[in-house]
Design a protein around this ligand. Structure first.
Ligand code: LLP
Length: 875
């Protein structure tokens, strides 16, 4: 059992939820309890609306709610409550569909009703809405994407003492009993339990809060009560670093840290963790992982920082110091007294003054005639100083900073002080103190000089060959590491753009979102993770010029199948040597013309080989093989195996080689493409294995091209293509082939659908609604002439009603305007009741949509629009 807590930025929008899903899906076997905060910004807005007092005034600055609500938040503005309601409703709709939105009803209702002001209890109930709403959305998203998730109200176990509803203390004993009774079993039964951080409930059943930073604390408490194997805190930073990265870009990620070290760092400035958070986990000796939800798969090894009860196994002479932290804005108060200082009870009197004003003291150092103390909360400083002056001379030095050097190993190491002072150099040190735990040394210097001292200390202690078991990547490297792309459909962004485009240009039309194409490129590159992996986009999927430009800018080549595709690639600036021509049954003139442009030709039959070799010699070619296995979403798109017209079978490769060798034509690439749209990586890997087996017979081979065919989920909840095992399998095969050949090879992959399908939407208008013989026909101003996939392959495309996403559902047949009965987009599909005039979005239509469109019935082709970050390019 593990506990995974996701902070506000890790649940803030559909992208974040998609990443959350990936993280949780990877951990199903470990039985995760998912604890969530409110969406980023929501708690602040709830606090300020509670404090403002003016109910339902339209006064919201759109940014405060989210960028997604900007358009509705502009004038005349919605109330803050409406904006909050809209943000949650929109997100639910986006990730789980309109059908799921009713799950938010009780809390949206409460939002609309506004807070019960004037009581702390009312405030606690109001603030709790953020976590309650977020947890319902996370549950629905996980379910919609194929995981078995259940929502759990944490108030049935998180018992607090009922002393202060907005900052209550847990009652650990009762909490333990309730967890054992109500929660443990559901987690053990498998499935994923999703619950709230931050909120609790007193013995009288009233909602309470654990105070700010409370979600981490909740997770830690639950983890301890469950005796979890690990607590994971997913946030927006990459764990704990060797120094604040804003000061030291070369700061390294700490892979491991002890609880004591983490507590010191949390206290002295590392913003990642609230010090109190760790206590329950630490007591129960539960390892805590702190990691960035944007980069859950930092290679190699685990992401983030793992905080362990005992890190002696990681002790290393080269790195006794683990981190340098800094706390700015500190004041040093020095109390001088010649007479009384060392007198019995004097220190106590000094501390009593600080205690009386509830002002904590961070560092203390004493000399014969003076005591220096630091405080970082200046609110009561004047009063404190006034009182102290009654008993001694007092000096106040504001604008100071505490620099804290932390490391368990410092206990045992010698020479640390010398190195420390070397780095401090001539900077004036106002105080110095070794913590009682012996794992930190703290210095106080002027605030203005502190950053420089931190840099020098970092240089002193983190030079050279540091143990990899402890130190991960530098911050600079992490920043450029690809984040886990997450680009689920964004129909709300799209809905607005589509409505504008429809009003201006009419319907139907295709829209392509370039950022989503880029995200897919990134995903694939991350999975392949091989310096010699090359992508060649199969532009037959979508030949819009904007995609060629994007591929050029991304360094992606092109798989072309006609001289016209080759022409477009070259015109759009793709270098000829990054274009592969895999034609089928073309004339030798075409083969030669393309070859003579510097493009690589991929010969797919003995006839191609013969005809080409008859006219050219002393050149290089690829051979398309048929590895004897095929896979695809429909028989029409299977292109390997014994019944396929494509490629050269293994038994004919020898002959092909001989014909080419006789003309001194070198085979530099071997290719196989077995079909399109399979979600299973296994047949692709089998084909690759066969390609590898054939490769050793080709002495000039430089490239292995495993084709395209990677499927995408068209239905909600359908699993994704198994990218990781695909990437890992290919890497492994290539490495062993390279070892056998004693040289390196390039790995080519030529995806079409995978890069563009989800980025494209066909938008059409309902022209006619007809209820007859038990059917509700919803007729569109588009048809199979614009998107033939449903008619040709029975393909499923998700459809949304952009005009009325929240309308009641009904089962409809969505049909086109073509004179054939195959002209159907969807049969018996539950949709929010489509009415004449509504705009419908037919999704995942970016691949083989427009590319296969025709003028059938002499209807014009649909228009195409390209979006970048939600804005239309060149409309
Ligand atoms: N390489 C070659 C040699 C191909 O023939 C194809 C697709 C690809 C790569 C790219 O395959 P993808 O990654 O997109 O699956 N119209 C059908 C798909 C036909 C695929 C044709 N060849 C459909 O709409 O499902």
């Amino acid at each position: 059992m593990i506990v995974c807590k996701f902070g506000g930025t890790s649940v803030e929008d559909a992208g974040a939820l998609r990443r959350l899903h990936t993280i949780v899906a990877d951990r199903v076997a470990e039985k995760p309890l998912v604890v969530v905060s409110a969406l980023a910004g929501v708690s602040d807005l709830l606090v300020s609306t509670f404090e403002d007092g003016a109910d339902n005034e339209p006064r919201l600055d759109g940014r405060a709610a989210s960028t997604q609500t900007q358009s509705i938040a502009s004038s005349p503005g919605p109330t803050a409550y409406e904006a909050l309601a809209t943000r949650h409703f929109d997100l639910m709709c986006e990730v789980a569909g309109a059908e799921a939105c009713h799950r938010l009803d009780p809390w949206l209702e409460a939002l609309r009703a506004g807070p019960r002001r004037g009581s702390a209890q009312g405030q606690a109930e109001w603030l709790a809405l953020g976590e309650l709403l977020a947890s319902a959305i996370v549950t629905a998203a996980l379910e919609a994407w194929g995981l078995r998730a259940t929502w759990f109200d944490v108030r049935s176990v998180m018992r607090t003492r009922g002393e202060n509803p907005i900052q209550d203390r847990p009652d650990r004993e009762v909490l333990q009993r309730l967890v054992d009774r109500h929660l443990r079993h559901s987690i053990e039964a498998g499935g994923i339990v999703v619950t709230q951080g931050f909120i609790g409930c007193d013995a009288g059943g009233r909602t309470t809060l654990l105070g700010r930073g409370g979600s981490d604390f909740s997770a830690s408490l639950l983890g301890a009560a469950l005796q979890a194997e690990r607590l994971e805190i997913w946030t927006d930073v990459d764990g704990i670093m060797t120094a604040p990265p804003r000061l030291v870009p070369g700061a390294r990620r700490l892979r491991v840290l002890s609880f004591d070290e983490a507590a010191e760092l949390a206290y002295f400035g590392a913003k990642v963790l609230h010090p109190a958070t760790l206590h329950p986990a630490q007591e129960a000796a539960i390892p805590v992982l702190v990691a960035n939800s944007r980069r859950p798969k930092t290679a190699p090894g685990t992401p983030g920082t793992l905080i362990l009860p005992d890190t002696t196994a990681y002790h290393d002479e080269r790195a006794v110091v683990r981190s340098v932290a800094v706390k700015h804005g500190v004041t040093v108060v020095t109390v001088h007294s010649t007479r009384m200082l060392m007198a019995h009870g004097f220190l106590e009197r000094i501390f009593a003054v600080f205690a009386k004003h509830s002002t904590p003291v961070d560092l203390v150092s004493t000399a014969e005639v003076s005591v220096s103390l630091t405080v970082d909360d200046p609110r009561s400083l004047q009063a404190i100083v006034d009182e102290l002056r009654a008993i001694a001379r007092v000096e106040v030095a504001p604008e100071m900073a505490i620099i804290c050097v932390v490391g368990d190993g410092m206990r045992r190491a010698r020479g640390i002080a010398a190195r420390l002072f070397r780095a401090v150099g001539s900077t004036e040190v106002r105080m110095i103190s070794q913590g009682a735990s012996e794992i930190n040394v703290s210095l106080v210097v002027a605030d203005a000089e502190a950053d420089d001292v931190v840099r020098r200390l970092h240089e002193e202690f983190f030079q050279g060959n540091l143990p990899r078991a402890v130190f991960g990547e530098s911050f600079a490297d992490l920043e450029t590491a690809p984040s886990l792309p997450a680009s689920p459909p964004s129909p709300h962004r799209l809905a607005r753009v589509a409505a504008d485009l429809a009003a201006k240009h009419g319907t139907p039309f295709y829209v392509y979102e370039l950022d989503r194409v880029e995200a897919q490129i990134q995903r694939l590159r991350t999975a392949l993770d091989h310096s010699r992996a090359r992508l060649a986009y199969a532009c037959k999927a979508n030949f819009h010029p904007a995609l060629f430009f994007l591929m050029r800018d991304q360094g992606v080549g092109i798989d072309a199948v006609s001289p016209m595709e080759v022409e477009r690639a070259l015109q759009c600036g793709i270098p000829a040597d990054q274009v592969l021509f895999t034609a089928n049954n073309v004339s030798v003139e075409t083969l030669l013309a393309v070859h003579d442009q510097g493009v690589r030709v991929n010969l797919g039959s003995l006839s191609d080989v013969r005809r080409f070799a008859a006219h050219r010699a002393g050149t290089e070619v690829f051979l398309r093989t048929n590895p004897g296995i095929g896979a695809g979403h429909h028989a029409h798109v299977v292109t390997g195996g014994m019944d396929s017209k494509f490629g050269i079978l293994a038994e004919d490769l020898q002959e092909a080689r001989e014909i080419l060798a006789a003309r001194d034509i070198r085979v530099v690439g071997l290719h196989a493409h077995i079909g399109s749209g399979s979600l299973d990586a296994a047949p692709h890997l089998e084909a690759a294995r066969r390609l590898v087996a054939a490769a050793t017979a080709f002495p000039h081979l430089r490239s292995l091209n495993v084709g395209g065919g990677l499927g995408v989920p068209y239905r909600r909840g359908e699993p994704e293509f198994a990218l990781e095992s695909y990437g890992a399998g290919l890497r492994e095969m290539l490495q062993s082939l390279e070892a056998a050949l004693g040289r390196t090879l390039e790995l080519w992959v030529e995806p079409g659908r995978f890069l563009v399908a989800q980025a494209g939407t066909l938008v059409a208008r309902v022209t006619c609604r007809k209820e007859t013989a038990g059917h509700i026909y919803v007729g569109l101003d588009s048809g199979m002439n614009h998107l033939v996939r449903p008619a040709l392959y029975g393909a499923y495309h998700a459809i949304r009603n952009l005009s009325a996403p929240g309308a009641p559902l009904e089962s409809v047949d969505v049909v086109g305007n073509i004179c054939e009965s195959a002209d159907v987009f969807a049969m018996s599909r539950p949709l929010p009741s489509p009415q004449e005039g509504h705009l419908l979005a037919i999704e995942n239509a970016g691949a083989y949509g427009f590319a296969m469109a025709s003028h059938y019935n002499l209807w014009p082709l649909p228009r195409e629009f390209v979006l970048r970050d939600g804005a239309v390019l060149d409309a």
